[in-house]
Design a protein around this ligand. Structure first.
Ligand code: MN
Length: 322
């Protein structure tokens, strides 16, 4: 998906909190964002309290939305640079098309991993005939300087590895956990795991003490290290943990995100990640001039997201929270 905000804020460039050098329990309220005319999403990253978790730099949780009588998701072609997008569905179907020629239907449990690198454009739409409910997460991963100019690529992994324990079914979306490793290409040490908890589950996950982590609840409600986490909020866990205790009174779906703290300074604005305001302005100009980002087949000329006005403030690079 795209950041559809017509006035993307530069305020998210100002940091407030610190990357914790120890375990913490920091419950971060997300904010409701209206995308287009009717779609509401819960933006869990960046928020006022936190901008990155490892290289994860953008998290929108949407749905479940009843799209039976509507067109569902309709995001026309738009550009990305310097990041990867991770599309994760719990319900529904999304038709992904991009400027490297991908044209696939993505379903729940499948990983759609798009590496923008140098530049890519893509579109995501609900098929004309689609399931009643749409529910998922759109996540972005910042690419490190050494990889941010790689050739654009798209990976579609229909089957992902995982592990189970009493009351838990874990699917490793990106990175490794519990002896399972996702086939998705990652450029920094990180992990993303979908956790399905049965009612009454009480489990412990193995963590990397060098990683920072955060967890969100997509449905149900879970107790994470004694803290209730309900949809609409994200619990930041800090670093220095070897295990994570999860308990769930009712069946729940969670997403655990983590990674080595990302210590490069980046600029993120609209759908771009770069290293300076000038670079972001160049990306924006290239999109406006139909350069650099290629074309997405299947859309009429002119059916695309136009770049919003650049904010008047100079765009400063940002690093991890301190
Ligand atoms: Mn997008």
């Amino acid at each position: 998906m795209s950041n559809l905000d017509r006035r993307p804020s530069a305020a998210e460039l100002g940091g407030l909190a610190a990357t914790a050098a120890r375990p913490v329990l920091d419950l971060l309220p997300g904010k409701e964002v209206l995308l287009g005319e009717s779609t509401r999403v819960r933006r869990l990253l960046p928020t006022l309290g936190r901008r990155m978790v490892g290289a994860w730099t953008f998290v929108d949780h949407y749905g479940p939305d009843d799209v039976w009588a509507s067109a569902g998701m309709q995001v026309p072609p738009h550009p990305h640079t310097g990041l990867q997008t991770v599309s994760w569905l719990l319900e529904g179907e999304v038709h992904h098309r991009d400027s490297v020629g991908s044209d696939v239907l993505v379903r729940p449990g499948e990983l759609a991993l798009m590496t923008a690198g140098h530049a890519i454009s893509h579109a995501e739409t609900s098929p004309a005939v689609h399931p009643r409910f749409l529910h998922g997460a759109q996540l972005w991963v910042a690419l490190p300087d050494a990889a941010r100019d790689v050739a654009p690529a798209f990976e579609h992994h229909r089957a992902l590895p995982g592990f189970t324990s009493d009351g838990l079914t874990a699917t490793v979306v990106l990175g490794s956990m519990g002896g399972a490793t996702s086939p998705g290409t990652a450029y920094t040490p990180l992990v993303g795991v979908d956790l399905s908890l049965a009612a009454g589950a009480d489990v412990e996950l193995p963590l990397e003490p060098d990683f920072e982590y955060a967890v969100l609840t997509a449905s149900g409600a879970a107790d994470v290290e004694g803290t209730p986490v309900t949809p609409g909020a994200m619990l930041y866990l800090g670093t220095g943990r070897r295990t994570l205790r999860l308990r769930s009174a009712a069946a729940s779906r969670l997403l655990l995100l983590g990674g080595e703290p990302f210590d490069e300074r980046i600029v993120m604005w609209w759908n771009f990640v770069g290293r300076s305001g000038d670079e972001i302005a160049d990306f924006a100009a290239s999109w406006a001039e139909h350069e650099r980002f290629g074309e997405v087949a299947g859309f009429p000329e002119g059916e695309r997201l136009e770049v919003p006005p650049l904010p008047p403030l100079p765009l400063k690079p940002r690093g991890r929270e301190r």
